[in-house]
Design a protein around this ligand. Structure first.
Ligand SMILES: [Zn+2]
Length: 302
């Protein structure tokens, strides 16, 4: 073989390597949102998982709705780069964002805001992997090697992490969704992974410690970053319209509950009578009572 032909073959192989990571080869659940930044989610209501490539390895933001998704996220990484996963950021403590930590760690370290590890240990159900394994043969395979992996690093209020050429600013929000919630801001790329404060077209489950005024404050803080792309903890990525929609919903809810409280209505009465027809198309309508309870707490000032 002459040198020219040999070089041509090498060039063709290199071109093949470069194109093997095209977004369209990553399957229907993975979308490229910016150079080196991808989001995996198998269904609109599922949690989102971010894959961010850097010159010093990969950063994962949340580890999949189920272990099947976690494996898909890892397969995505392997298609994109031979580099190791260095860091996993959990945006909350719930299993649909954290169960898959075991797929990436070790070697990755896991980080979330203060209180995350304790909350995950407290809520841990040792039967969960067995229950998952019974769902399907695919799930049984995906759950192999499962163990509870809680954050190795916890921070208070905010922290900045540098991996390779990228900067990740982690912002802790309290009482907005779970026991430890983290939004992840990439200031250079203007991409915000917004955790589960504002979920597009969906009624969120507001637990007893969740405060709507603190949710609205978190939304305001995130909007003030002026992100170009917002990746919510569940649902399709978009713009700050995701925040505007949620803000309007919660403000209207507070207003309507406020009127009924001033009319002397009890919480039970309000739950029976209150309607939000503008949001009838949003998913998880059965969570509305938890929203009314949270609005009632806010209006009553407790
Ligand atoms: Zn959650």
């Amino acid at each position: 073989m002459n040198l020219e032909r040999c070089l041509a073959i090498v060039a063709a192989v290199l071109a093949g390597c470069a194109s093997s990571a095209r977004a369209q080869d990553l399957g229907p659940h993975v979308r490229k949102i910016k150079e080196g930044i991808y989001v995996q989610s198998a269904r609109e209501v599922n949690s989102t998982s971010g894959v961010i490539l850097t010159q010093e390895g990969v950063v994962i933001i949340d580890t999949g709705q189920t272990p099947i998704d976690s494996r898909e996220v890892m397969d995505t990484v392997r298609k994109l780069t031979p580099s190791p996963v260095r860091l996993v950021i959990n945006t909350e403590v719930h299993p649909d964002h954290t169960t898959g930590n075991f797929v990436f760690s070790p070697p990755a370290l896991v980080i979330n805001a203060a209180g995350a590890a304790e909350a995950m240990r407290r809520a841990f159900d040792p039967e969960r992997p067995n229950a998952l394994a019974k769902e399907s043969p695919e799930m049984r395979d995906a759950v192999q090697g499962y163990r509870l992996v809680t954050p190795h690093i916890e921070y208070h209020d905010k922290t900045t992490v540098h991996v390779g050429e990228r900067t990740f600013e982690l912002l802790q929000f309290k009482n907005v969704h779970s026991e430890a919630d983290t939004a992840v801001w990439l200031p250079n790329e203007r991409v915000l992974f917004a955790a589960s404060v504002a979920i597009p077209n969906s009624i969120n489950n507001l637990r007893p410690f969740v405060s709507i005024p603190e949710m609205l404050a978190a939304i305001k803080t995130m909007k003030s970053l002026n992100p170009e792309i917002v990746v919510p903890g569940h649902g399709s990525f978009g713009t700050t319209k995701i925040f505007d929609d949620s803000q309007r919903y919660y403000e209207l809810l507070l207003e309507r509950v406020g009127v009924m409280v001033r009319e002397g209505k009890s919480l039970d009465q309000i739950k029976r009578e209150l309607r939000m027809p503008e949001y009838a198309s949003w998913s998880y309508q059965e969570r509305m009572p938890t929203n009314i309870e949270a609005a009632y707490r806010a209006v009553k000032g407790n």
